[in-house]
Ligand binder design. Structure first.
Ligand SMILES: Nc1ncnc2c1ncn2[C@@H]1O[C@H](COP(=O)(O)OP(=O)(O)O)[C@@H](O)[C@H]1O
Ligand SMILES: [Mg+2]
Length: 258
């Protein structure tokens, strides 16, 4: 059982799409996956087609108004704007960084993977996610300043590890929304490789309008454009190797063939 937080220092780097698509890939190979939306914008909840009126949500769990088990709706703990208010309430409480961990510990037994989607900021919610996780996966946008964003996110991971979660490990850095035909995407890849070596995943996620289209239609990219989705299947393969889950990895090859 592993809990993985997907984070980046800002929005628009493909975090939510990564959580959504990886959750989908892992479920298709039979893993029991819980997806946790920790962004008040609720994009992951939308992508995964959770009823917008579903209650309770993660906000009620973090403020102690609901049990975590009640907040799971079809394998998703959704978020909505109420989470912004919950974050403020949480900020005034003792043990505020440990709240998500304490909640997820109660239900972790039912899952093989828990994937947490973070808001586009390195604040209290992202710290809660990191404290609750075994691994952090960094999503880096293929831009000139990719390195700077990764550096800031790594600092926060370091803080979480030093203070509250010594077992936290970096699962990898993913170069997302990349167009490797362009010089700047290749430069971003090269500079990340130079600085982070093998921590940078070999597979990058290609940039395509098909991601926005599939989100709009509430169709998984695995069905909408399997050719593009191969990027995520390869990322899943690299992650399962790093997670030391060989059985799941072998089932992944069957998924590719279908
Ligand atoms: N590989 C991709 N290529 C092009 N657009 C993408 C890709 N992945 C995601 N997007 C789009 O980029 C926008 C931001 O993605 P999202 O996953 O919501 O990022 P974040 O959660 O980091 O803010 C969305 O409109 C999404 O559909
Ligand atoms: Mg997002």
């Amino acid at each position: 059982m592993a809990t993985i937080t997907v984070l980046s220092q800002k929005g628009g780097t493909g975090k939510t799409t990564t959580v959504r698509t990886l959750a989908d890939v892992f479920r298709r190979i039979g893993l029991r996956v819980l997806a946790v939306d920790l962004d008040p914008q609720g994009n992951l909840s939308d992508y995964l087609d959770v009823d917008p009126d579903a209650t309770p949500t993660i906000g009620e769990v973090l403020t102690g108004r609901a049990l975590v088990a009640e907040a799971i709706h079809d394998g998703v703990i959704p978020a909505n704007l109420g989470l912004a208010e919950a974050e403020l309430v949480l900020a005034g409480k003792i043990g505020r960084e440990l709240t998500l961990k304490r909640a997820l510990d109660q239900i972790a037994d039912g899952y093989e993977l828990i994937l947490i989607d973070c808001p586009p900021a390195l604040g209290l919610l992202t710290v809660n996610a990191l404290v609750a996780s075994d691994f952090a996966l960094l999503s880096a946008e293929a831009q000139y300043f990719a390195l700077q964003g990764v550096e800031q996110a790594l600092e926060v991971i370091g803080l979480a590890r030093d203070s509250l979660n010594p077992g936290l490990r970096l699962l990898g850095v993913l170069l997302n929304i990349a167009d490797m035909r362009t010089r700047h995407s290749r430069d971003a890849f090269d500079s990340l490789r130079e600085h982070y070596g093998e921590q940078l995943l070999d597979q990058t996620i290609r940039s395509s309008i098909a991601y926005a289209e599939s989100a709009e239609r509430a169709v998984s990219i695995l069905d909408y454009r399997p050719d593009l989705a191969a990027d995520y299947v390869n990322v899943a393969d690299e992650l399962l190797r790093r997670l030391d889950m060989p059985d799941a990895r072998s089932r992944l090859s069957a998924l590719v063939q279908t």
